[in-house]
Design a protein around this ligand. Structure first.
Ligand code: 26Q
Length: 838
């Protein structure tokens, strides 16, 4: 879509006129049931070469084409109005966009779901089956990637001119299979058998990204200026694929641009003609490798050259794209560039943007350092997502030198000037120079420091997290630049996480408070008054029951394990990580099992415990945790003495589309990380919105959830952040065991090999880890308080009236956890964009 294709008047219309034009144009495509039905049949027959009796996958494809047609006009208009109004824009740079499925969400945002439902019904098809045929776009690891996807939805809904930039990985997050209780990874070829209906290749915006080689310095013969030339030895094409992001019923369609690596034409000619056919083909393959696969680690894995290549590839292609658009409109005058463009860096993964924008402005645009630096530092904003010091990205100078010699020189120069500033502020303080240097003492580039130095804004993702960044990890920088630091508590989009994933709740809410909550989540507070309305409560229970049945069906289908619907559904789904303490959850399950075996079952509450999540393929301990969960599950589920009192299932291949079923069917949400370790969490918010009650520590956004619902509606337990820090000095897990009979029983069962009778010693390292005085996650320190909180949850659940109260309050007060709120705050404090058409 180029800017000159549109009607020139489009962008100058008032909001009202725009709305009219939009509905006119939509009428042309046809939003009626009959139009949708006709188009669906048309695509099914003519594009798919299939008929109604074919597999649901083809129905999904045909329906996607029909829905897509209803997006295109609006997409073109949105794009045109951004171009024409020359408005300030934000770019969300992220190595991950965990989109999941798109069909349902796009139908919802276009407002066509009920018509599509009817159209398919007329043909004898069920919409739900068609929706389920869509493969998740799993272009992310977990929280950070899903956050980016929720952000895109809210930006479009708030009519903000924001474009996402990411990578089009050929293989997304691996598929997790469970064999004999072990995690097995299988490749995820998400693009399907043929093509992905939600992307459009835009060859015309192809960019060239360069790597390797060396730099040469020379003086310009006329001006005497020092000029640096980067002689690269490798060029790779970045071909964009655009994904439309429709806002909720507002006529806006934003763009997510994903880059795919392709070898250059020059390559094809010159290399092949040299006659070295084999070498030519393999170096072509190497170039195209860049976007082949998503790294499946959710903490930084250093030293992988390909990962650094991916990061630079994203950053360079995206910045070139923005600069090219700038030049097209303004020529090579960059005086107002920083007023028109802001880049939000999703963690340090795209932090090379600081160096790359400097390179483009200084080397390519010949701006001069000071001017370029002033522009760069007014354009960049950095979001941190971790408190674990070991997870901060560092890249060796050596690798940098080889792959990106010119960006490295620029980083040296940035660092030299920055350290001068440090020594002005703290004269003679050499310790500061050492600790704050962008280059560390082991010759590694500290990417977080590069991001902080190059940005005007640094934010954490929950109140506690942002505070801890200022107090700890980035304290030196906070002292130097307090004004840069701010908080933006995460959120989730209620369009996906309530309106489309919980249709029962949506219908109930519609009857009592209408649908305004879909774009104004604070409206949910209105249901709190309905707590005493018997009919509403009955409706609430009915919806929850139906959702639990749906979840029980999923669990049974995936694991063969039966969850009784009237038991308490106790769920922990997230990446498997020691700090998230799936082991603590498991200790509680073993405790319940031990109580059953001891006959201690007075006032019992039946529980069905669900755990799910992927382990990084190289994370030995995390994989062991999965195996232990599965072993414990098979003992418990096959013990006739246990029966319905306790069930445990590990759901394989946890992903976005699974969470859409899981969150609405959950009673108790497990958020049990060691205090001070989870930056925010976003699963916690999805559960809360859907009426689950949280059992959790004072960590990440749990703190804000607790603030919202109060201690009566939250099962709080565990050490607080300062207590964790204090206890670390003299932590004695053995003493925890000796002081606690229940813990002795649990450890006794684990150590006796009860759960690994045919695999002796299998869990020794897990047991040793939690018994070690240097256990960083201090699992046993929180055991007693966790068990007590779990007992309180069980007691509350047996009093269903009380539980319904808590459930309603949780949903009612979840308004602040909408990404609409998060994005409004990013916009007010950092981006300062004008909504389109206003
Ligand atoms: C970096 C370098 C090399 C290889 C991999 C990585 C890498 C990839 C993904 C590092 C980290 C991630 C993902 C981190 C993540 O998901 N963090 C989570 O972000 C959420 C959104 O802010 C928070 O809610 C979670 O608390 C945080 O853990």
């Amino acid at each position: 879509m180029s800017a000159n294709e549109q009607t020139p008047s489009d962008a100058t219309l008032t909001a009202e006129e725009q709305q009219r034009v939009i509905s006119e144009q939509l009428k042309k495509v046809g939003l009626d049931t009959s139009d949708l039905e006709a188009d669906f049949v048309h695509y099914l027959y003519n594009s798919m070469g299939r008929n109604v009796a074919s597999e649901p996958y083809y129905h999904y494809k045909a329906l996607s084409f029909a829905v897509r047609d209803r997006i295109m006009q609006l997409w073109k208009q949105t794009w045109a109005s951004y171009q024409q109004q020359d408005t300030r824009k934000a770019y969300y740079l992220s190595m991950e966009f965990l989109i999941g499925r798109s069909l349902t969400n796009n139908m919802l945002n276009l407002g066509v779901e009920s018509k599509v439902d009817q159209a398919l019904y007329n043909i004898g098809l069920l919409l739900e089956q068609v929706q389920e045929a869509e493969i998740d776009a799993g272009l992310g690891n977990g929280g950070l990637g899903r956050l980016a996807a929720c952000f895109m939805d809210s930006c479009a809904t708030l009519k903000l001119p924001v474009m996402g930039y990411g990578l089009r990985y050929e293989y997304g997050m691996f598929k997790q299979l469970i064999k004999d209780g072990h995690q097995i990874e299988a490749p995820d070829h998400w693009l399907g058998y043929d093509s992905y209906p939600w992307e459009f290749q835009r060859r015309e915006y192809t960019r060239e990204v360069r790597f390797g080689g060396y730099t040469r310095q020379y003086q310009d013969s006329h001006t005497g200026e020092l000029i640096v030339h980067w002689e690269t030895d490798e060029e790779v094409l970045a071909v964009p694929y655009d994904v439309p992001i429709p806002g909720y019923k507002n006529g806006v369609v934003n763009t997510l641009r994903l880059w795919s690596a392709q070898a250059t034409e020059v390559f094809n000619f010159s290399e092949f003609n040299k006659g070295s056919y084999f070498e030519a083909v393999s170096s072509k393959a190497e170039a195209e490798n860049i976007t082949m696969v998503l790294y499946p680690n959710d903490t930084s894995e250093n030293g992988k050259e390909l990962r650094l290549r991916q990061q630079y590839f994203l950053v360079s292609a995206s910045l070139q794209d923005v600069v090219a658009q700038w030049i097209e409109q303004h020529g090579k005058n960059f005086d107002h560039f920083a007023e028109h463009n802001v880049f939000q860096l999703n963690d340090t993964h795209p932090s090379l943007a600081v160096a790359e924008l400097m390179r483009i402005l200084v080397d390519d645009m010949k701006l001069g350092w000071d001017k370029a630096w002033s522009i760069t530092t007014r354009c960049m904003a950095y979001t941190n997502h971790t408190l674990l010091p070991e997870a901060l990205e560092r890249w060796s100078e050596h690798l940098f030198e080889k792959l990106l010699p010119r960006p490295l020189e620029i980083i040296y120069e940035i660092n030299a000037r920055f350290l001068k500033e440090v020594s002005m502020k703290w004269p003679g303080d050499n310790e500061r120079l050492r600790t704050m240097s962008i280059i560390d003492e082991h010759n590694h580039v500290r990417m977080a420091y590069l991001a902080i130095v190059g940005s005007f804004s640094v934010n954490g993702v929950a109140a506690l997290h942002s505070q801890l960044l200022k107090d700890g990890l980035f304290n030196d920088f906070f002292q130097l630049w307090p004004h840069k630091f701010n908080n933006k508590t995460n959120g989730v989009t209620q369009r996906r996480w309530m309106a489309s994933s919980n249709p029962g709740l949506r219908e109930l809410l519609a009857r009592y408070i209408g649908e305004d909550w879909i774009t104004d989540l604070n409206q949910l507070s209105r249901i709190e008054a309905l707590k005493s309305d018997a009919e509403f409560r009955q409706g609430w229970q009915a919806v929850r029951h139906e959702n639990k049945q749906r979840l029980a069906n999923l669990v049974e289908k995936e694991t063969g394990i039966y969850f009784p619907v009237d038991s308490m559904f106790d769920v922990q789904v997230k990446r498997i990580h020691e700090y998230k303490r799936q082991l603590l959850n498991l200790l509680h399950v073993v405790h319940l099992y031990s109580r059953i075996k001891r006959g201690d079952t007075a006032d019992w509450t039946n529980r069905s415990v669900l755990i799910g999540g992927k382990a990084a393929p190289g994370y030995f301990m995390a994989k062991k945790i999965i195996k232990l969960i599965n072993n414990v599950a098979s003992i418990i589920n096959n013990d006739p003495e246990v029966g319905d009192k306790l069930k445990l299932a590990f759901i394989p291949n946890y992903r976005v589309s699974a969470m859409e079923i899981i969150a609405p069917g959950t009673d108790l949400s497990e958020q049990v990380s060691t205090a001070g370790k989870e930056a925010s969490g976003t699963g916690n918010m999805k559960f809360m919105m859907n009426g689950s009650v949280t059992i959790g520590t004072l960590d990440g956004a749990n703190v804000e959830i607790l603030d919202a619902v109060g201690e009566d509606n939250f099962f709080l337990f565990g050490l607080k952040t300062p207590e964790v820090a204090e206890l670390r000095q003299h932590y004695n897990p053995q003493a925890c065991i000796e002081a606690d009979y229940d813990l002795q029983c649990v450890m006794g069962l684990l150590e006796s090999g009860h759960f690994n009778q045919f695999e002796p010693g299998l869990f020794d390292d897990l047991i040793a880890a939690i018994k070690s005085p240097s256990d960083p996650w201090m699992t046993l320190a929180d055991f007693r308080s966790y068990i007590d909180a779990q007992q309180a949850a069980s007691d509350a659940f047996r009093d269903q009236d009380r539980w319904i109260d808590m459930s309603i309050v949780n949903t009612a007060r979840s308004g602040i956890f909408s990404t609409d709120r998060t994005i409004s705050q990013y916009n007010e404090d950092i981006w300062k964009l004008m909504p389109v058409g206003e």
